[in-house]
Design a protein around this ligand. Structure first.
Ligand code: HEM
Length: 139
């Protein structure tokens, strides 16, 4: 899946491919993000991997790249940090769905086909503050 598209204003040679002016090219972001050479066990949910791996712009591009890169990237990242920080600091969330989720395309993004059921329990006051809010980085 990709939504990073460009129309060639002039012919382009890309490896063995000779592409004429006017053709559309797309960056296969999902394939890049699933490259095991960059992301070992790419389908494992392991956000900690970004602590030790600082991808270059062409290795991690959920917001596209270049001059048409998403103008909402900083806002969306900040919003995610704030919302997830509050939710995860106040709740213990565990998976309640009996089956693994199947990712499907939904408009311009990917989502679990049947939704995902989660069990949320309020965290004890003493356990709060262990999830850092903000201070993260965009990519
Ligand atoms: C997690 C949230 C978001 C994701 C993953 C996302 C992703 C993207 C991607 C992949 C592109 C295409 C970039 C390219 O072609 O290089 C894009 C473009 C764009 N996004 Fe976002 N976006 C997000 C949130 C937002 C928000 C919150 C706004 C506005 C407040 C926004 C406004 C735009 C606009 C206006 C463009 C077109 C930019 C242009 O063509 O010059 N996006 N976004």
């Amino acid at each position: 899946m990709t939504e990073v598209l460009r129309t060639l204003k002039q012919p382009l040679t890309l490896g063995e491919w000779h592409l004429p002016e006017g053709h559309s090219v797309a960056v296969a972001t999902a394939l890049i993000h699933a490259d095991p050479e960059l992301y070992p066990e790419p389908h494992a949910f392991r956000p900690d991997r970004f602590r030790s791996f600082q991808p270059r712009p062409w290795e991690y591009l959920p917001f596209g790249g270049g001059i048409r890169r998403c103008i909402g990237a900083a806002f969306a990242t900040h919003e995610m940090q704030q919302v997830l920080g509050v939710l995860l600091d106040g709740l213990d969330v565990t998976l309640a769905s009996p089956h693994p989720a199947t990712p499907v395309r939904r408009s311009i993004t990917m989502a679990p086909s049947e939704g995902v059921r989660a069990r949320c329990a309020l965290r004890a006051q003493a356990d709060r503050g262990t999830v850092a809010q903000g201070g993260g980085r965009e990519a």
